[in-house]
Write a protein that binds this ligand. Structure first.
Ligand code: NAG
Length: 329
């Protein structure tokens, strides 16, 4: 009897460990509902920015401040590569204040920021950027690996894309901080499962996925094949509306035939002007700008409006789409 109990206890432990390894945890979820009386949500998206204000980072920030006030933005999204060149050293790193708090100073930008990690962030101390200590230093800061922001009419699914790219694991020129990511296969499979599950369960009118890396891009880095192969099929199947990324230092809008997803790049928060644009079908390339700027989204129950701005606050490109839910018919 005693032996049977021991075996049962051991089996229970083994079962629990196996179950924990196989079942993806649920993504952390934040509720951020619109506060405007008409129920619309206004957000701003910037990427690839932290350079102590240099390379026009301050100019972009200034225009974001002006537009943020005009639109009364609800929150701001960072598509990653938050701190150049090698992320943060630790959670006391002065770069955090010099490249973030002292740059995005406008009153309208003192809203919640939701950030993902880019490949440059992984070159530093990744845990520092994820640390609650940073939020104590500047309350608008929040960076996590993969998470959800639920705004009622729209749900935002933030995906940690850096660990998907094979080349970072064979790159001898740079060191990456893979704490929390290894074993890699298990990590990636969990991210995909979690995102798929969350998309499946979502009842929001609009689904927007945000990651640092491109899926499709005509810019310097081009497409990310790993994401085309592994993430895109899930986004297609779950009828995602927008995929928003940084990584290529440009502003870009691609629309692919037979895909309902719009591919938007906002990675022009500081250093840009690389000039290397790969050839792309002009029917699919709705807009490409290799200078600095940012993007805004205005979302209502029936409509999304996208706009891209340069360092002078000039609108470079606008796009909108409508969706009629069954409630309207
Ligand atoms: C800053 O922006 C202006 C206007 O777009 C551009 O001409 C200039 O080259 C930019 N400077 C840098 C350092 O990128």
């Amino acid at each position: 009897m005693a032996i049977n109990n021991k075996i049962a206890a051991v089996l229970l432990v083994v079962y629990t460990v196996v179950a924990a390894a196989n079942v993806a945890a649920e993504l952390q979820r934040f509720d951020h509902h619109p506060t405007k009386p008409d129920g619309s949500l206004d957000i701003m998206v910037v990427g690839d920015w932290g350079r102590r204000g240099l390379y026009n980072q301050s100019d972009v920030a200034f225009q974001m401040g002006k537009m943020g006030e005009k639109l009364d933005v609800d929150f701001i999204v960072s598509t990653g590569d938050n701190f150049y060149d090698d992320g943060l050293i630790d959670d006391e790193d002065p770069l955090f204040v010099e490249s973030f708090s002292q740059v995005y100073t406008a009153a309208s930008l003192q809203k919640q920021w939701y950030s993902v990690l880019g490949n440059h962030d992984y070159r530093g101390n990744v845990l520092a950027q994820l640390s609650p200590v940073l939020t104590q230093r500047d309350s608008k800061w929040l960076c996590l690996r993969s998470f959800i922001v639920n705004s009622g009419i729209v749900e935002f699914f933030f995906v940690d894309t850096t660990p998907f790219q094979d080349k970072y694991f064979t790159d001898d020129d740079h060191k990456y901080d893979w704490r929390g990511v290894l074993p890699r296969e298990e990590y990636l499979s969990n991210v995909l499962k979690e995102v798929e599950m969350a998309l499946e369960e979502s009842s929001a009118t609009w689904k927007i996925v945000i990651g640092h890396h491109t899926i499709f891009s005509a810019g310097h880095h081009g497409n990310t094949q790993e994401l085309v192969d592994q993430l895109l099929p899930i986004l297609e199947a779950k009828e995602v509306d927008l995929y928003i990324n940084g990584h290529d230092h440009c502003l870009q809008h691609i629309s692919i035939p037979n895909s309902q997803i719009q591919f938007l790049t906002s990675g022009a928060g500081s250093k840009a002007w690389r000039g290397d644009i790969n050839e792309w079908d002009t029917n699919q390339m709705k807009f490409y700008y290799d200078g600095q700027g940012f993007m805004t989204l205005r979302i209502t129950e029936v409509e999304i409006n996208v706009a891209f701005y340069d360092v002078f606050g000039k609108i470079l490109h606008e796009w909108s789409t409508k969706k009629y839910t069954h409630m309207d018919s």
